[in-house]
Write a protein that binds this ligand. Structure first.
Ligand code: G1P
Length: 281
């Protein structure tokens, strides 16, 4: 709703930030972090995501013959060495319900959940997923979540965690709450859209009751892990890893401009244009 009319017939994951759609940054980040099997949980109106990652032999041939090899490597996703699978969430029943659609895919293995509308780090240069995996292994955790500090007055836009020890880079989480008012928020550490789970989460999701909007919240399922005294850990995003928020127009515009300014091909030229426009305003 917040990105209409831009998202009337296309998913927000396909909005461009600089030269690429958001979801492409997410895929590139995951591949860099060693993830090779990816299940996209899509839905009505999200078919363009599948199309984007598909082969396009005519385009590939044209780029090859035109000696546009650099561009080819950015649109031919076979070269990433990852396998893409797709399934649909039939009704919009919340993030917890979406994760449940991946149950058979995950099987008995731990798995990563990455939100397709969140870019971490400028041009997706983040290794937080690898750090989540390290903490998952070394702490024998049931769940590890990437978190980032947000201003106190913004807590109502995020899931917020209550850490046991707020100062460490990774810490145990004792409680979580989805979109609290600032005065009810246990900290200013927000869930940043990357999680690693043990398959036990599926059982917890099934126990969660829908909220007032009929949605099954993933955050509520993680709270159940905490309630059962299972180890839930948080890992802070590093300095260069901020989460680019695409959830509303002001932050989408900001993300786009920042990525465009840092673009290796067009950034320098775009900066001049922007300066000219600003001087005129
Ligand atoms: C979701 C999660 C929330 C998290 C946020 C940002 O909310 O439910 O806990 O903080 O993503 O990644 P949404 O933005 O889908 O409402």
């Amino acid at each position: 709703m917040r990105l209409l009319p831009a998202t009337k017939s296309q998913p927000k994951e396909m909005l461009p930030v600089g030269r690429k759609p958001i979801v492409q940054y997410v895929v590139e980040e995951l591949v860099t972090n060693g993830i090779q099997q990816m299940l996209f949980i899509t839905g009505r109106n999200k078919a363009s995501i599948e199309n984007h990652f598909d082969d396009d032999p005519e385009l590939f041939r044209a780029l090859n013959e035109g000696d546009r090899k650099e561009l080819l490597s950015e649109v031919n996703f076979k070269d990433l060495g990852a396998n893409f699978f797709y399934t649909r969430q039939r009704l919009q029943r919340g993030l917890g319900d979406a994760v449940l659609c991946g149950e058979n895919f995950a099987g008995e293995e731990p798995f990563l959940v990455a939100l397709g509308d969140s870019i971490l780090g400028l041009h997706a240069k983040s290794n937080v997923v690898a750090r989540l995996a390290e903490v998952y292994e070394s702490k024998h955790a049931s769940c590890v979540i990437a978190v980032e500090e947000v201003p106190r007055d913004q807590t109502r836009h995020y899931g917020i965690v209550q850490p046991e020890d707020e100062t460490a880079d990774s810490f145990r989480i004792v409680n979580l709450i989805e979109k609290p008012k600032p005065e009810e928020s246990p900290s200013n550490l927000a869930i940043a859209g990357r999680y690693i789970f043990s398959p036990v989460i599926f059982e917890m999701i099934r126990r969660v009751k829908p909220d007032q909007r009929g949605e099954i919240q993933l955050t509520d399922a993680i709270q159940r892990l905490c309630d059962e005294r299972r180890r839930v850990m948080g890992v802070r995003l590093g300095p260069g890893e901020r989460r680019y928020d695409i959830g509303n127009f002001p932050s989408y515009f900001e993300s786009f401009v920042e990525f465009a300014l840092a673009d290796p091909l067009h950034g320098v030229e775009f900066r001049k244009v922007l300066e000219r426009l600003l001087a005129r305003a």
